[in-house]
Design a protein around this ligand. Structure first.
Ligand code: FAD
Length: 690
């Protein structure tokens, strides 16, 4: 049989790792260090060596904290470990992106130094994008270390490891588990336990905090470290530049990199360089007042950006004005918000997370994830800078007592400014800005499953996004999603809606120096493996409740176009679900139009969960009720796709499918589960879940 390009990609991926299920899985979210390469004006990144030992020697380090990070959490934990190692135990620490070094010389890692590995697991037990090369090396047949011919080449290596995973996935924390096995097999010595954080149970932070204390003790003993009274030590210097104003053309006012600062948009566009795209059209998809779902068409015709149906688009968010104001006021920066600052790493390994010189306002608005949940450790760190003795005590208590932290902060869904305000109304002017830069994550791009077909509209990318707005019982405020409310504001502005500031939030919609004026949004495209079969006559089954339908709108749009062009299009089955016919039925009229082209080939099952007050009706029920159809199509080599909620729906769909296989094929339960697993590993069963 002829191998087409998609098959080839799948084959290559299969070869890439010996981890089972490597082919499936859609990687997403790779905003590594958007500014590392191009934009660090004056910051202290030293490019060059991929030799970690050399790097540690020349920067006088004895502890490296490697991270394999996808959405920034592992990177954040790595920074926190590095900081704590330095301030509490006098270690000379650095963090390191796994992607930036080679590992052949790990066998020469000196025994008076230590390496940490903070490893996130992605999708079906896969490494994060930045850890792929490291993983291929260390997990390869026999990694060729530079000198050792020994069976135990890593016998001098001391390591510490923590994994970030999600127990709703089958391969829970498999990166840290497997890495730990491999390193031990090669003779390396683990200090402390191999920690595991569980995002699925919502205990990641507490798992991390509980793991690290005994680990530090073990490390102290191993390396003869002495603990000292930890006080904050800055990694960055922040210099206020009174001689420059924000109008100076060299000052970054939110421009993501130098190209953008200089006014030219140059490709290639990607994770370190967004395209400021015009929004061609935007509209509301829901018919109820209190919930919003946006359809947005992003025009990429002015760029060399390409996509294929099933890819993801990344939106670069801007914080809401109200939150920026709250943050600046809280930390006593309001009056000097437009003061120009230059931020530099105090150590050659410290990377400044945004381009400078900039202003406090721009750094906070465009680069810092100021609305995210707060970590207990951060509250502890800030205690030292509390405005009064009383508030200091309270911060210490919150920072060290998990239950109290939960009661006072977590249950209220506070962001950092709200959290410290709840302890003391402030201002918290003693908190150094460097501490805020170090402790608050870089703002993350948000990914959206593209809901258009590249065959139909190659230069217009559509997004289907539900606007996050959560009324927390007892919290007294509504938690607003950063990006989706920004998109809502853009939509309102574009349509001249009567209330152009969602929920009182205002946005700097025209962007730095008005560069986003005329309704633009910064984006880039990320390619995924979530793809239609290259042969349109193959049947497909799609499961996409809520916004999970996004990529399937693209799939069906594409199949309808193929049918129009005379292709033989196979059965196209969609299991869709929403609350009510009259409220949130996405693209209701469009399905009719596709049906008029695809005829009987298109079958849509709609599950309305709230139409019947006595019985919730979900996609899983429809799939189960149509087991014969599903199985028949699977026997005809149909691809099976699931998109949307990872925590519940995707897992239940997997189980329902196994039940169908068991019943329809008359095989035992274990065998049916095995068959479904096989479908996943062969790429017949694909997920795009979040
Ligand atoms: P955020 O600000 O990121 O907040 C998200 C949630 O975090 C809140 O709802 C709340 O539960 C919690 N939270 C935030 N702040 C706090 C706090 N202070 N305390 C406690 N909890 C808090 N979404 C779609 O609508 N359509 C799609 O097609 C789509 N496709 C995706 C594809 C991929 C590959 C991925 C990874 C995600 C996809 N998503 C999609 C989800 C999307 O990326 C965003 O996560 C989502 O839109 C929310 O972004 P936001 O910035 O508005 O919310």
């Amino acid at each position: 049989a002829q191998i087409d390009s998609l098959d080839l990609i799948v084959l290559v991926l299969l070869l890439l790792g010996s981890v089972a299920y490597f082919t499936k899985g859609t990687y997403w979210a790779v905003p590594k260090d958007p500014y590392a390469a191009s934009a660090l004006n004056g910051s202290a990144i030293k490019k060059g060596t991929r030799n970690i030992l050399e790097k540690m020697d020349e920067s006088n380090k004895n502890c490296v904290v490697f991270y394999g990070s996808q959405t920034g959490t592992a990177e954040d934990y790595a920074s926190r470990l590095a900081k704590e190692g330095s301030s509490r135990f006098g270690l000379k620490t650095m963090t390191a992106d796994l992607e930036e070094y080679d590992y052949e010389n790990l066998d020469q890692f000196p025994d008076d130094k230590v390496a940490f590995f903070v490893m996130a697991t992605y999708g079906e037990g896969e490494p994060t994008d930045n850890a792929v090369e490291f993983w291929e090396f260390i997990n390869g047949e026999s990694p060729s270390f530079s000198e050792s011919s020994d069976e135990k080449p890593l016998k001098n290596l001391k390591y510490v490891t923590f994994g970030l995973g999600n127990n709703t996935y089958e391969h829970y924390n498999s990166m840290v588990r497997n890495l730990d096995k491999i390193l031990t097999r090669f003779g390396a010595k683990r200090i402390g336990t191999a920690g595991e954080g569980d995002d699925g149970a919502g205990t990641m932070e507490e798992d991390f905090l509980a793991w690290k204390e005994p680990m530090w003790q073990a490390l102290q003993e191993e390396m003869g470290l002495e603990e000292r009274e930890a006080s904050y030590e800055p990694s960055f210097s922040v210099e206020e530049k009174d001689d420059i104003t924000k109008e100076d053309p060299n000052v970054y006012l939110g421009e993501p990199n130098k190209n953008h600062l200089e006014g030219s948009q140059k490709g290639p566009f990607g994770a370190s360089n967004p395209y400021i795209a015009p929004i061609a059209e935007s509209r509301e998809l829901f018919t109820v007042k209190d919930r919003n779902c946006l359809h947005i068409e992003v025009d990429v015709s002015g760029s060399n950006i390409n996509y294929t149906t099933g890819d993801h688009i990344a939106v670069w968010p801007t914080n809401a004005g109200m939150e920026v104001d709250r943050f600046l006021k809280t930390f006593g920066l309001d009056e000097k918000r437009h003061t120009v600052i230059s931020v530099k790493g105090l150590d050659p390994t410290a990377k400044v997370p945004f381009p400078t010189p900039t202003t406090y306002d721009a750094a906070v608005r465009y680069h810092m994830e100021i609305c995210a949940p707060v970590s207990r450790q951060f509250m502890d760190t800030l205690a030292e800078f509390a405005p009064t003795e009383e508030s200091k005590k309270e911060m210490k208590k919150i920072g060290t007592d998990p239950d109290y932290f939960k009661e006072k902060i977590v249950n209220h869904y506070y962001n950092i400014a709200q959290a410290v305000n709840s302890v003391h109304p402030g201002p918290w002017s003693k908190v150094p800005f460097s501490c805020l830069i170090e402790s608050i994550n870089k703002i993350q791009v948000r990914y959206y499953s593209i809901s258009s077909s590249s065959l139909v509209q190659p230069k217009k990318i559509s997004i289907t996004a539900v606007v996050e707005s959560i009324r927390v019982p007892g919290a007294g405020h509504v938690v607003k999603g950063v990006t989706t409310n920004y998109l809502l504001a853009l939509k309102q502005k574009q349509n001249g809606d009567p209330e152009p500031s969602p929920h009182g939030l205002t946005y700097e919609i025209t962007g730095p120096r008005n560069k986003y004026d005329g309704i633009h949004v910064p984006v880039h495209v990320r390619h995924s493996n979530f793809k239609l079969p290259s042969d349109p006559s193959k049947p497909i089954i799609m499961v996409g409740p809520g916004t999970g339908v996004a990529p399937f709108r693209g799939f069906v749009q594409e199949r309808a176009e193929q049918a129009k062009r005379g292709d033989n299009v196979g059965e196209t089955v969609l299991f869709y679900g929403c609350r009510r016919k009259s409220e949130d039925w996405l693209y209701k009229d469009e399905w009719e139009a596709y049906k008029s082209v695809l005829g009987d080939k298109l079958i849509v099952f709609n599950a309305f969960s709230r139409e019947d007050p006595n019985k919730k009706h979900y996609v899983q029920h429809d799939i189960a009720a149509n087991g014969k159809l599903v199985n028949d199509l699977l026997m005809k080599k149909a691809n099976f796709y699931v998109c949307g909620d990872a925590a519940h729906m995707a897992r239940e769909v997997n189980d329902v499918l196994a039940q169908i296989v068991e019943k329809e094929r008359g095989v035992p339960k274990e065998k049916a589960e095995q068959i479904v697993k096989g479908m996943r590993s062969s790429g017949q069963y694909q997920e795009d879940v979040w």
